[in-house]
Each structure stands twice: as C-alpha cells, then as structure tokens.
Design a protein around this ligand. Structure first.
Ligand SMILES: NC(=O)c1ccc[n+]([C@@H]2O[C@H](COP(=O)([O-])OP(=O)(O)OC[C@H]3O[C@@H](n4cnc5c(N)ncnc54)[C@H](OP(=O)(O)O)[C@@H]3O)[C@@H](O)[C@H]2O)c1
Length: 340
C-alpha cells in the first residue's frame, strides 16, 4: 500500500493541523436530497485514507456521518493504526444551534455520535442563524461565539473556529472575542482565490482551510455553462505534464504553497492517494503566477436561499430566491438515518 506523509500547519493556540484532510460531505442530489447511499462507500474510503496516512477528517453535524466517522476513527485506534492524539477531527455546529446554550448541546451531541471524548476543532458552520423551519433567527454570531468559548473552556474541544466568515465579520469577531478563532474554513479553489480574505486571515494568525478545493475542475462537477476552469484546460494539462502530476494535484499543491489547508472529498481509493501526493514537488514562481490568473471570483457553493438572512456572508446575486432545501433543515444521523 502506498503511504503518504502529510505536513502540518501551526495554529494560533500552539496546536497543529495537517495541511490536507479528508472531506466527508457526500452532498445533495439534483432534487436536493441527501445522498445517503454513499455512506457505506465513505466508511470504506475513510478507513483506507487513515491506512494510507491521512490524519485529519473534516465532518459536521449536517453531514449525518458523525457516527461513521467515529466508528472508523475508533476502529483504527483499536487496530493500532493510530492513537487518538494522532488524528485531527473537525466537526461543526449547524445554523439552528446558534444560541450559546445550544452550541454546547450540539457539541455534546456530536461527541456522543462520534464516540469521542473531545474533538480537535469545532467550527461555527455559517455566520447566519436559521431555525429548522427556515426562519432567520437573527442571533448575533458574537453571542454564538460565547458558546464556543464555553465548550473550549470545558475541554469538550481542543480548538474553536469559524467557517464562511467574510473579512468584515472576522474584524468584528476579533475585536469582541476572548479566544481567537484558530481557523476560517471557506471555499477556495483556482476560480475563487479569496486573496483579500486569505491575506487578512494570515496577517491575523487564522489558519485558512479550503473547502471545495477543486471548484468545478473535476469531471463530476463539469458544467460548460459556468465560467470555471475545465479539468481538460490546456494550461492545466501542460502544468500537469511539466510536473508529472494530475491537474487536481496541481490545484491542491497551489493551495498548499499559499499556506492553505485543503479538505478534498473523494470516495475513490486511487484519488485518496493522488490528492495527498502533493508534497514532493514545488510549483515555480511563473507557474504560480499562471495559476493566479484563473481567479475570476466564481463561487461553486452559492446558497442563494439564505441570501436575505442576517449575516449572510457573500455578495448577493439577482435571482429569484429558492426555498431552503428541507435536507438542510431537518435530518437524522448515520447510515440508517435514525440517530438524533
Ligand atoms: N464549511 C462548509 O460550508 C463546507 C462546504 C462544502 C464542503 N465542505 C467540506 O469540504 C469538503 C470538500 O468539498 P466538496 O466535497 O464540496 O468538493 P471537492 O473536494 O472539491 O470535490 C469533490 C468531488 O471531486 C471528485 N474528486 C476528488 N478528487 C478527485 C481527483 N483527484 N480527480 C478527479 N475528481 C476528484 C470527487 O469524486 P469521487 O468522490 O467520486 O471520487 C467529488 O465528486 C467536503 O466534503 C466537506 O468536508 C465544507
């Protein structure tokens, strides 16, 4: 079995986060229903990822797979493949748990489902607060952050952070917090470089974690109707050839050279190894400049159904606002989808 060794970045609290993690969101189908049939494949793929050397798993209450993440992590601990302290587990608090006391309830629920005594990192999934009925609860994320500081103090988590925060929201949080967020997890890929946000985070000691790190540059997400770099773009193929790597590896390496952790998701074993085999080459200055030119501010993840809510973090677009998918409001957890 090919093994990978993944370097780490230092967090502002002295702890470390592996520079590449394994994403566990199996996603929604065209009808906006959760793809639960992929969960058994995820269990298998995640076990393999740990076997080959991944030491960082990104999950969330929303993803319904905390029972499976915990099952795999605990199994690998029992098998002696890892010790608990070797693996970095992130989970997230959903938008319907933004009251400070609900943050603790959410984290305790996650720990129970995971079967772990602590998680390494818990993130506020989004800055908006939305009830299960889809109502804008208008809870200030500063109040929610008090709940995060409390679970940290109680030792339920090793680190606390945010996700999908924009610069303005971070400035306000930094000015009003007792504990700094260690991470901001946001979409970053070749089309969405997020230069201003990354510069701000790096100046302020916040580790950036890139979700959807391929954007639409994978065959499964290809759509000619979007202004996104294609997986068969000749420039990308040329760089792949020059370095003896795939276009996806070039994209992940570029993020790493920017000091960004990425958390690609794949259920495919060969791609698990491929995505982590990016630490043995270096893109030169000219090629970095070439890659920068793909940045056109195109978002792959654009939840317009939330765009009129208080604290929605992205620019608004002129579209008819769709209903919030039920699958983003109400769910059970686990492959059998019956765990609260
Ligand atoms: N904080 C947030 O709000 C937020 C939002 C979205 C995502 N996330 C996190 O970020 C993770 C990753 O984001 P994502 O799942 O949206 O997107 P992604 O990792 O950029 O892309 C996943 C897709 O790319 C394919 N793929 C993976 N590696 C490949 C390779 N080497 N070559 C070709 N295709 C490849 C996968 O296919 P196969 O699986 O079929 O191989 C899958 O269809 C999620 O799983 C989740 O943990 C967080």
């Amino acid at each position: 079995m090919t093994k990978v060794v993944i370097p780490k970045f230092k967090l502002n609290n002295g702890l470390e986060i592996p520079a590449l993690g394994y994403g566990t969101w199996t996603g929604l189908n065209e009808k906006d229903e959760f793809i639960s049939e992929d969960i058994p494949k995820l269990v298998d793929a995640m076990s393999y990822a740990i076997d080959v050397g991944y030491r960082h798993i990104d999950t969330a209450h929303l993803y319904r797979v905390e029972p499976e993440v915990g099952y795999v992590v605990n199994k690998k601990i029992k098998e002696g493949v890892i010790k608990r302290e070797d693996i970095f587990v992130t989970t997230k608090v959903w938008n319907d748990h933004h009251r400070p006391e609900d943050v603790e309830r959410s984290v305790r629920g996650s720990l129970k489902r995971l079967g772990l005594d602590y998680v390494d990192l818990v993130l506020m999934h989004w800055p908006m607060s939305v009830s299960k009925d889809g109502v804008d609860e208008k809870i200030d994320y500063l109040d929610t952050w008090r709940g995060f500081e409390s679970v940290l103090k109680q030792g339920l988590v090793k680190s606390i952070g945010v996700s999908n925060f924009n610069v303005e929201q971070l400035i306000r949080l930094l000015a009003n917090c007792n504990v700094l967020p260690v991470v901001n997890q946001v979409e970053i890929n070749l089309n969405l470089g997020q230069k201003e946000l990354v510069d701000f985070c790096q100046k302020n000691g916040i580790q950036v974690v890139a979700y959807t790190p391929f954007g639409r540059m994978v065959p499964s997400r290809f759509d000619p109707n979007y202004p996104a770099v294609r997986h068969d773009d000749p420039v990308m193929l040329g760089l792949g050839k020059k370095y003896g790597k795939t276009v996806q590896q070039i994209a992940l390496r570029y993020l790493y050279q920017r000091g960004i952790t990425s958390i690609p998701k794949t259920l495919t074993k060969t791609r698990i190894v491929e995505n982590a085999s990016i630490f043995d080459f270096e893109l030169d200055e000219n090629d970095v400049a070439t890659l920068q030119k793909f940045d056109n501010n195109f978002r792959t993840v654009r939840p317009t159904f939330w765009q009129n809510m208080t604290n929605y973090p992205f620019d608004k677009v002129d579209v008819a606002i769709p209903e919030i998918p039920v699958s983003l409001r109400i769910w059970k957890n686990g492959a059998n989808l019956d765990i609260d």
